[in-house]
Design a protein around this ligand. Structure first.
Ligand code: ZN
Length: 329
């Protein structure tokens, strides 16, 4: 197929399309053009974005409210502000079943002389699982830049209201429009991933709190309310000294969700000793799997904070596993 020369069905504007593109939203009029696969237009929602000026203001507010940044603000200079909408698949999955697990626990007894003795016992538990999980994952195939996972986390906390893309008036579209990254994962694939991830998230939650899973009998229904969400994300690049740093903002409320920041020498040393290593590993991971289909699904509700944590952990494992198995379906 020739990927040059694609034009918007509604207004005829040229579209940027790659071999992976499922839906390309016209940057001029907002019309969702289906390039391959079949996605119903009414399933595409947009979370409208603040504009560039509001993001610049959010940036300076952040500097003003940050103890370290405030002291160096005279030397901070915005270099660039970039925003885009990226597509995410969203759906609700009902997971249910039973898990039997063993956990080692300390048991202590105090005898009549007041001596306490402890030993480890293996306790067995059976728990029912019955919950609705809302999942959100990137509809793009490559790992994206810093801040994407943080954006998903913030989304789950703030739950901004979306609008049907097709219900945006033309005037409103031109007010909120930004570059829109193409959708590269179709609905069928997203549904398969959600189904599988929902079960994996539960498994990981039990792995985290037990010493051994003895029986895992958990099922997931077909994902419901499956939608494609366009989430706005902004990156502010700024210069301090000889370096460029950046802050990632959620476009719907201007909250800073991730940042690289100048720090004094002492903190920098701490940073390198701790988080820095994590970031390096993450960066390696991203490079290694840059071309594999990754559905970064996170639990958005229905579970406790723990499932967030294990959800993230589950993901790390799945990336590797999926790389080996290749694309499912
Ligand atoms: Zn158009």
């Amino acid at each position: 197929m020739d990927f040059d020369g694609f034009k918007c069905e509604r207004c005829g504007a040229p579209l940027e399309v790659s071999p992976e593109t499922i839906v390309a939203i016209c940057p001029y009029c907002g019309f969702p053009n289906h390039i391959s696969g079949n996605l119903k237009t009414e399933k595409i929602f947009i979370i409208p974005s603040l504009d560039k000026n509001a993001i610049a203001k959010a940036f300076w507010d952040r500097v003003e409210h940050d103890f370290d940044l405030r002291r160096i603000k005279e030397n901070i200079q915005i270099v660039d502000i970039e925003g885009h909408y990226a597509p995410y698949w969203n759906g609700t999955v009902h997971v249910y079943g039973t898990v039997r697990y063993m956990k080692r626990e300390e048991e202590c007894h105090t005898d009549s002389k007041g001596n306490t003795r402890c030993h480890t016992v293996e306790r067995h538990y059976t728990e029912k699982v019955d919950e609705e999980m809302r999942l959100l994952g990137s509809a793009r195939r490559q790992v994206e830049s810093l801040g994407v996972d943080d954006l998903i986390t913030h989304f789950s906390k703030s739950m901004p209201r979306g609008k049907k893309l097709m219900e945006l008036e033309e005037g409103e579209w031109s007010r909120v429009k930004l570059e829109i990254l193409n959708t590269e994962m179709d609905e069928r694939h997203a549904i398969l991933m959600m189904h599988e991830d929902a079960i994996d998230i539960i498994r990981d939650r039990f792995l985290a709190k037990s010493d051994r899973i003895e029986r895992f009998d958990v099922h997931a229904d077909e994902p419901r309310d499956v939608k494609l969400l366009l989430l706005p994300m902004w990156t502010v690049y700024y210069r301090h000294g000889d370096s460029i740093f950046h802050v990632v903002f959620a476009g719907w409320d201007g909250k800073g969700v991730a940042a690289t920041e100048p720090m004094n020498v002492f903190r920098r040393a701490q940073y390198l000793a701790g988080t820095g290593i994590g970031i390096l590993i993450a960066a390696f991971g991203a490079a290694a799997f840059a071309n594999s289909p990754i559905f970064a699904v996170l639990v958005m509700s229905g579970g406790a904070a723990l499932s967030w944590f294990t959800g993230n952990k589950a993901l790390e494992g799945q990336r590797v596993e999926r790389e080996r198995k290749g694309i499912i379906g």
